[in-house]
Design a protein around this ligand. Structure first.
Ligand SMILES: [Zn+2]
Length: 428
């Protein structure tokens, strides 16, 4: 392609990234409910960690969180550092060529095996930190996995991630070869499409790779949960129990599938440990996500984000100095693979606080729905306490941590919210 054409294509990529990015910002600002409750008489209830856990458990939860937080930060930094070294020096290109050499070193082998190798190297680098985190979870009684199962889980999730990433990058670089000027436009559309398809396939393909499901036997609880779903205007086809206790003592439930495949899934741990009122409260929260179409919104946000990111990478990957650092001749050169993976990690890191800011609002809205559906702030509070105690979640993490990593309001905030709701009900 001529230099002038190349410049025009670069400008177009940047323009599209800016337009799609702006659409994303609009969706992110418009979708979440930024105010959920009127201020209750006498002002909002302060978030108080001692409203969540008794002193001894609170201390345990705080020391557990304090042991894990450095591990998460080290893992994040280490992953990024490895990615940066491979993406911004010729080491990555050398790795890509080396793993493909036994298979003849062709373009396809370099792209597919090179991608898989970079993914595996990144995982291996952070493996000791993951093992340490698992030791901590064992020490606090939160993990029930033996080391054999832990290794199997790590191997399976790394293999899935390596294969999926290799196929995605393979398709991307194939497009770059086929359409050197407009590949980013095609790739942006394909990436957005993948997000949509993935969000539909996830419960069908990924969930069963890790857990087995049995229907919840007929009885009072099953009937009550099916009724809640009806009342919510979002009937479900089944209530399933997953064998989560093979791995964890954590409590959880979720709703997956769409339309006629929609089902409620309860962790078996939830069923064993929580009174039925609290189980109903958890499920009502999940139904709150369904009625507000949070998965659909999340999918739309993900699709726009993926499209904007690909368009932006169309601009970055045609920037000669950056390609030179990675030892790549063109964006279609397999040597570009480690650089693309670095851009993905950086993009993921930068988008985390934005995603979580929106997620916290969406979670609070689901809490509100749970309170309205069950009309039972007491069961909601009991459920939050039990959840925090069993999952040993810190009800009041450092503000900066919560801002960056917090996908839900803190336990203390959720209980204060339920109290505000109750006070408004009593007043009104
Ligand atoms: Zn939720």
């Amino acid at each position: 392609m001529s230099g002038a054409d190349g410049q025009g294509a670069r400008r177009a990529a940047l323009l599209v990234a800016a337009v799609v990015g702006a659409a994303l910002v609009v969706v992110l600002v418009v979708v979440p409910p930024w105010t959920l409750l009127a201020e209750p008489p006498g002002g909002p209830t302060p978030a108080d960690p001692s409203s969540v856990l008794p002193p001894d458990v609170l201390q345990r939860a705080e020391s557990f969180a304090a042991a894990l937080r450095p591990a998460s930060l080290v893992s994040l930094t280490l992953g990024l550092a490895v990615s940066a070294v491979l993406g911004l020096t010729r080491l990555g290109a050398r790795l890509v060529r080396a793993v493909a050499a036994p298979l003849g070193g062709g373009w396809t082998a370099q792209v597919l095996l090179g991608t898989a190798a970079v993914v595996v190297v990144g995982r291996l680098a952070t493996l000791p930190v993951s093992a340490y985190a698992e030791v901590v979870r064992h020490r606090y009684g939160l993990s029930t996995r033996g080391w054999g199962l832990w290794l199997r889980d790590v191997a399976v999730s790394t293999a899935i991630s390596a294969v999926v990433t290799a196929l995605a990058l393979g398709s991307l670089l194939w497009l770059v070869r086929r359409a050197p000027r407009t590949w980013w436009a095609w790739a942006a559309a394909v990436a957005a499409g993948f997000v949509v398809v993935g969000s539909f396939l996830y419960p069908v393909v990924i969930e069963p790779a890790f857990n087995r499901f049995e229907p919840l036997p007929a009885g009072e609880l099953r009937a009550r949960l099916l009724d809640l779903a009806e009342e919510n205007g979002t009937p479900v086809q089944d209530v399933l129990v997953s064998d989560a206790s093979r791995r964890t003592t954590a409590l959880n439930a979720y709703v997956s599938g769409f339309g006629s495949t929609r089902r409620v899934v309860l962790y078996d741990t939830t069923l064993e440990q929580l009174p039925e009122d609290a189980v109903a409260s958890i499920v009502a929260h999940e139904l709150g996500h369904v009625v507000h179409r949070d998965v659909l919104t999340g999918t739309l946000v993900g699709a726009l984000g993926a499209a904007a990111a690909v368009a932006l990478s169309g601009w970055l990957l045609s920037w000669t100095p950056l390609l030179g650092r990675a030892g790549a001749q063109s964006p279609a050169d397999p040597a570009v693979v480690p650089l693309v993976l670095l851009l993905l990690s950086v993009g993921g890191l930068l988008s985390t606080p934005v995603q979580n800011l929106v997620s916290r609002q969406v979670e609070a809205r689901a809490d509100l729905r749970a309170l309205e559906l069950t009309g039972d702030a007491g069961a909601f509070t009991a459920m939050q306490r039990e959840l925090a105690a069993t999952n040993l979640s810190d009800p009041d993490p450092p503000v900066a941590w919560q801002w960056f990593f917090g996908s839900h309001p803190t336990g203390a905030q959720r209980i204060a919210f339920a109290e505000d709701w109750q006070r408004l009900e009593d007043a009104g």
